[in-house]
Ligand binder design. Sequence first.
Ligand code: SF4
Ligand code: FE
Length: 479
Amino acid sequence: MMTAEEYVASLKALKPRIFAFGEAITDVTAHPLTRCHVNSAAVTYELAQRPEFEDLMVATSHLTGKRINRFTHIHQSTDDLVRKVKMLRLLGQQTGTCFQRCVGFDGLNAVYITTYDMDRKLGTNYHERFKAFLREVQENDWMVAGSMTDPKGDRGRRPSEQADPDLYVHVVDRRPDGIVIRGAKAHQTGIVNSHYMLIMPTMALTEAERDYAVVCAVPVDAPGVLHIFGRQTNDERRLQGELDCGNCRYGIVGGEALTVLEDVFVPWERVFMCGEYQFAGQLVETFASYHRQNYGGCKGGVSDVIIGATVAMAEYNGVARASHIRDKIVEMVHLTETLYAGSIACSAEGRRTPSGAYFVDPLLANVLKQNVTRFIYEICRLAHDIAGGLIATLPSERDLRHPEIGKYVEKYFRGVADVPTEHRFRMVRLLENMTGGTALVESMHGAGSPQAQRIMIARQANLEHKKRLAERLAGIKAE
Ligand code: SF4
Ligand code: FE
């Protein structure tokens, strides 16, 4: 397993093409826009070295019997699924943000299950090929980005009906030594500080869409790959100093980028689906349920920090003992633990797949992610309610430090007398960062938009069974 320092050094050795604010970023580990995301992902390496977290962070490879970072593991039991959730909550608490590595983790497990089923049905040989790649991921402790979401263009049209065929990633050439792919992947969490991207289709496909049915692994710095880094709320503050950032060390969400694939060559040994459109839907649904499983873990941990910051602000403001404040904080805890309970439940109710990998209960995973799209907004609303309007009106660090006006900022932004104004500054900025625009939108659309969950909930709901339960008790016999 790599240490955090080795992880950072390994990124310096890569040469991905990255643009932000119209300029190239040559070193993601040093650039102020990307450094925080590197720091956050590095915690997934750092905690795996700490004996007290070993039972969550470290697993035993079913391929080699070696100790591996859990983020490269294929779940071998429901206990593994539960430990994953506990690991994510721990990491959310430590970073207060997204640590990015789960997307590739979920992609590895979804591709493992799907290639096994695909080979059995179609007589292909993708699973062994994928296991060889997985072994390399485990041995090198690579961070893999899960690259699923296509730009999609006109959402009312199928991939093959788009005015521009590149709006979904597709195969443009098949050669004796490999394939050539073209298109782009959107909202790529952690991509600029990953080693590999695992490209997967974004939706169920038809026979006419064979060229879009492609799964493959590509180095983030392969020829033809270009990353355009996304903006985040208040990102320019990272260029201006520490205090105004909020969570300066770990940043907001996952440092997402648009990744362009301009005729990228992929050798056959890194191709795990090419034309088998029948399995695209299964892969997408498997991946989506795994990723939705996570959100009561990572967002549970992040919410723990938001609750802690809210409690601190109530104290700094001198209102901590007011009964309505205490009740609102109880509500925040209630919402957070409800999310966590959903993640634990869908894991405990997981089952073994024919491949041997364990899969979550998809109904419960989708219900929990749907709750995230609502509860995080409510948790943040309560945090804003308690912390006060200061979140929207606080002046800058430079004003606080100013030789002439600093004394007024110090004097008039103080809450209770025994808490330094700077502490109140820091806590307000942390809350602003964790409860603002970019973070909220991630809770809504990360791991799929709310309607995607409702479609899967409807499919799993088994309403006929519920109707039969009612008919039996009502004394209505089936015809
Ligand atoms: Fe992991 Fe959560 Fe970030 Fe998704 S949003 S990558 S589950 S930390
Ligand atoms: Fe996410």
